[in-house]
Design a binder for this molecule. Structure first.
Ligand code: ATP
Ligand code: MG
Length: 625
C-alpha cells in the first residue's frame, strides 16, 4: 500500500523526457500572436497543421485530459450524464431548425461518395434533440442533462491565437430537457446547477474568471451567462460595476439612467452642406470637416421583421428603424430590438442591419443617412440615443451621397415628428462604455476589462423542440414542447486561456491541478547509473501518492534543461546533482518562487527522506486536492 493516498486513488505517471516528444524551440514562429500561442508552440505543446488546425502533443494532451476530468467530475456531481454523439451530421437533421442556413459559412459541409451532404458538428442541439425525442415520450422521464466532450468544427472567418480560436477545437457541450421552467426539475434549477458547476470547474483549473450576463433569451430575463477569463489578449470586452458586482458583455450591458436633451434648442447656424467624397469612416469625415466625432450624429438603418410574416412586411406599420447615436459611440443591435418592440408594441419583432440594396431602394442614402429620413421614408421609426439628443452643434449625413451637413438642429430639421411617440423615442440604443453610469448602483461608474469566453450557459426554451417537433405528455395528459438549456465549455480554449493568465518571461506557470506533470526531476549526469537510479526511485515514490513526474534524462547541458523546465511550466523542480547527492539531498524548487528563476535559481536542499512530504505539501499549496 502507498503510504499516502491523499490526492487521488490513481497513482501518478512517470515519463522519461528521452522517450516522449517535447520539441521545445528557442524562438516561436513569426506568426504566433498571443502569449499562449507563442508559449505552447515554443514549449512543444502544439504544432500547426493548417489554418486553425493544431496537433496536440503529449504535454498538451495531458493538460486537456486533466481539464476534461475536472469537467467530468463537476458535471457528474451536478447530475449530468456523459455520452458521445457523432461528429458527422446528415444535413437532413437541420430540416426543422434551418441552422445549416443560419450558421452560414461557419458550417463545414462535406459530401459522401453518393453525393449525400453532411455537416461536421459545430455544436449538437439537433442531434441531441433527435436522440432524446426518440427515447423520451413522457414527463416522467424528465428532466435529463446529457453532455459530451468532443472535437467541434467551425470554419471561423479569422482563426487566431492558436487554440484560442481554432477551426477544430475541443468542447464540452451539455443539453438539458425539462417540462417546466420553474420549480423542482425545471430549467432554472438545472441552469443554476450548471452555473455553480462552471464556477467550480474554472476555479479548480486555477483561473481567475467572471461570469457575465450575456444576451437575453427567449423566455425573458437574463437567459445567458458567459464565463470570461480576464486577460489582456481577450477578444471580448466586459463591463463591470465595482460597487454592485454587476458584469455583462458589451452586447448586453445596460447603462444606468442618463440625462436626455430636449429637441427644442435653438440652431447654432444655418444648415450647411459639405462635399465629403472618398472618406471611408466617420473619423475621416470628422477630420475633413474639422468636427469631433462626439458632435456628429451616426444614423444606422435596421430592417424590422415583425412577428407576422416576412421581414418585408415589417410590423404592419413600421418596416425600418433608424438608430441615431453620437459619432464616437456604437449602436447596439440588441437594444435596438428592445426599443423597436416597445415603440411598435410587437413583442416578437426582431431587427437586422438593413440590406444595403433594399435600404437604398427605399430611399436611404446609406453612409450619408440623416434623422430627417423619418419624414421621407414611409414606415420608419427613429430611435435617438440619449447622448445624441439635445442641442448644440451637430454634424450629420445629408441624405445624399458624398455629402454631410453642419449645424444640424433637431427641431428645425425633423420638425413635428419629434412629438409623435409612435415614431420617435429617446432611448438607450448604444453599447455601454467605460465611465457610463452603473445600471445597478447609483453613482457608480462602469469599468472595462478584456476577457476570453471559456464557457457559455444558455436557456434555450422551446426553440429546438418546436422546430423539431419534440413534445411530451404532461401529467394532465396535454402534449407540450420540451424546454431546453445548453451549456458549453471550450476545453482547448480553457487550456490556452490558462496560459494567457499564468506565464512569465521564462515560460508557462501551470496551476497545479492541470499541470501536465506536477514534478520535473532534472538529472544532471545521465552517464552514471547512481543518480539515474535515485531519480527513478524518487519518481516512483511520488507517483505512489498520485503525483505525475517527468524525468529530464536527456543528454543536454544543465542550462538547457533548466530553461526548458521553466518553459514547459512544471510547478515543482527537483534537481539530482552530484554535490547535493553527496550530502544525501536533492535541490527542491517551486516554479517562479525565487528570484532569477530562469535556470539560475538554486532552490533549497531537501533531504532525500523528505522529498515526498515536501512535494506533497507544495502540491497541496498549489491547489491539488
Ligand atoms: P465566440 O464568441 O468566441 O466565437 P461562441 O459564443 O460562438 O464563441 P459557443 O457557441 O458559445 O461559442 O461555444 C461554447 C464554447 O466553445 C465557447 O464558450 C468557447 O469557449 C468555445 N469555442 C467556441 N468557438 C471556439 C473556437 N473557434 N475555438 C476554440 N474554442 C471555441
Ligand atoms: Mg458563446
Amino acid at each position: 500500500m502507498p503510504e499516502q493516498t491523499a490526492f487521488t486513488v490513481r497513482s501518478g505517471d512517470v515519463t522519461r523526457w528521452s522517450q516522449t516528444l517535447i520539441p521545445t524551440l528557442r524562438e516561436a514562429p513569426a506568426e504566433a500572436e498571443s502569449p499562449s500561442h507563442v508559449l505552447m508552440l515554443r514549449a512543444g505543446y502544439i504544432r500547426k497543421l493548417g489554418a486553425g488546425i493544431y496537433d496536440y502533443l503529449p504535454l498538451a494532451t495531458r493538460v486537456l485530459s486533466k481539464v476534461s476530468n475536472i469537467v467530468r467530475q463537476e458535471m457528474n456531481a451536478a447530475g449530468a450524464s456523459e455520452l458521445l454523439l457523432p461528429v458527422l451530421l446528415p444535413t437532413e437533421l437541420y430540416a426543422g431548425t434551418k441552422r445549416d442556413v443560419d450558421y452560414g459559412e461557419l458550417l463545414f459541409k462535406i459530401h459522401d461518395r453518393k453525393n449525400a451532404s453532411y455537416a461536421l458538428g459545430p455544436t449538437h442541439e439537433e442531434p441531441i434533440t433527435e436522440l432524446v425525442k426518440g427515447s423520451v415520450t413522457s414527463y416522467k422521464q424528465l428532466p435529463v442533462n446529457l453532455y459530451q466532450i468532443q472535437t467541434k468544427f467551425r470554419d471561423e472567418a479569422r482563426p487566431r491565437s492558436g487554440l484560442l480560436r481554432g477551426r477544430e477545437f475541443i468542447m464540452k457541450d451539455a443539453y438539458s430537457f425539462h417540462t417546466a421552467v420553474e420549480g423542482p426539475g425545471g430549467l432554472n434549477e438545472t441552469y443554476d446547477a450548471m452555473y455553480t458547476a462552471y464556477s467550480n470547474i474554472f476555479r479548480r483549473c486555477g483561473l481567475s474568471f467572471v461570469p457575465v450576463e450575456a444576451e437575453s433569451g427567449p423566455i425573458g430575463g437574463s437567459a445567458s451567462h458567459e464565463f470570461m477569463v480576464t486577460c489582456e489578449s481577450g477578444e471580448d470586452t466586459i463591463l463591470r460595476c465595482p460597487v454592485s458586482g454587476y458584469a455583462a458583455n458589451v452586447e448586453k450591458c445596460e447603462i444606468g439612467a442618463r440625462p436626455r436633451g430636449t429637441f427644442n434648442e435653438p440652431p447654432t447656424g444655418e444648415l450647411t452642406e459639405v462635399h465629403t467624397p472618398n472618406l471611408p469612416g466617420i473619423d475621416e469625415v470628422g477630420k475633413f470637416m474639422k468636427v469631433k466625432p462626439d458632435r456628429m450624429l451616426k444614423s444606422i438603418v435596421f430592417e424590422i421583421k415583425g412577428s407576422e410574416g416576412s421581414r418585408d412586411q415589417g410590423t404592419g406599420k413600421a418596416r425600418w428603424a433608424l438608430a441615431v447615436v453620437r459619432g464616437d459611440h456604437d449602436v447596439n443591435e440588441g437594444k435596438v430590438k428592445i426599443a423597436v418592440r416597445a415603440i411598435t408594441g410587437d413583442e416578437k419583432a426582431t431587427v437586422a442591419l438593413a440590406d444595403e440594396k433594399a435600404a437604398r431602394a427605399a430611399g436611404f442614402a446609406i453612409g450619408y443617412v440623416s434623422p430627417r429620413t423619418v419624414n421621407s421614408v414611409p414606415g420608419t421609426v427613429l430611435l435617438v440615443d440619449n447622448d445624441a439628443s439635445g442641442g448644440g452643434f451637430w454634424a450629420s449625413g445629408s441624405d445624399k451621397p458624398d455629402h454631410h451637413v453642419k449645424h444640424f438642429n433637431w427641431r428645425r430639421e425633423v420638425g413635428a415628428a419629434l412629438d409623435d411617440a409612435s415614431k420617435v423615442c429617446v432611448v438607450d440604443v448604444r453599447n455601454a462604455i467605460v465611465g457610463d453610469p452603473s445600471p445597478r448602483s447609483e453613482g457608480a461608474k462602469l469599468e472595462a476589462a478584456k476577457g476570453i469566453e471559456v464557457g457559455h450557459i444558455f436557456k434555450l426554451g422551446t426553440k429546438y423542440s418546436e422546430a423539431m417537433g419534440f413534445e411530451v405528455l404532461l401529467a394532465d395528459q396535454q402534449r407540450k414542447p420540451v424546454i431546453m438549456g445548453c451549456y458549453g465549455i471550450g476545453v482547448s480554449r480553457t487550456m490556452a486561456a490558462t496560459v494567457e493568465q499564468n506565464h512569465d518571461a521564462d515560460g508557462i506557470r501551470w496551476p497545479m491541478p492541470i499541470a501536465p506533470y506536477h514534478v520535473i526531476i532534472t538529472l544532471l549526469r545521465v552517464d552514471e547509473e547512481g543518480p539515474k537510479t535515485t531519480a527513478m526511485e524518487i519518481a516512483k515514490k511520488l507517483a505512489a501518492i498520485g503525483l505525475d513526474v517527468l524525468i529530464d534524462d536527456r543528454d543536454e547541458r544543465p542550462g538547457v534543461k533548466f530553461k526548458d523546465a521553466d518553459l514547459i511550466g512544471v510547478p515543482i523542480r527537483l534537481t539530482v546533482a552530484d554535490k547535493a547527492l553527496a550530502v544525501g539531498a536533492v535541490e527542491f524548487k517551486v516554479r517562479g518562487a525565487a528570484e532569477g528563476a530562469n535556470g539560475g535559481g538554486k532552490g533549497t536542499l531537501c533531504p532525500l527522506a523528505d522529498v515526498v512530504s515536501w512535494c506533497a505539501q507544495a502540491a497541496r499549496d498549489g491547489g491539488l486536492a
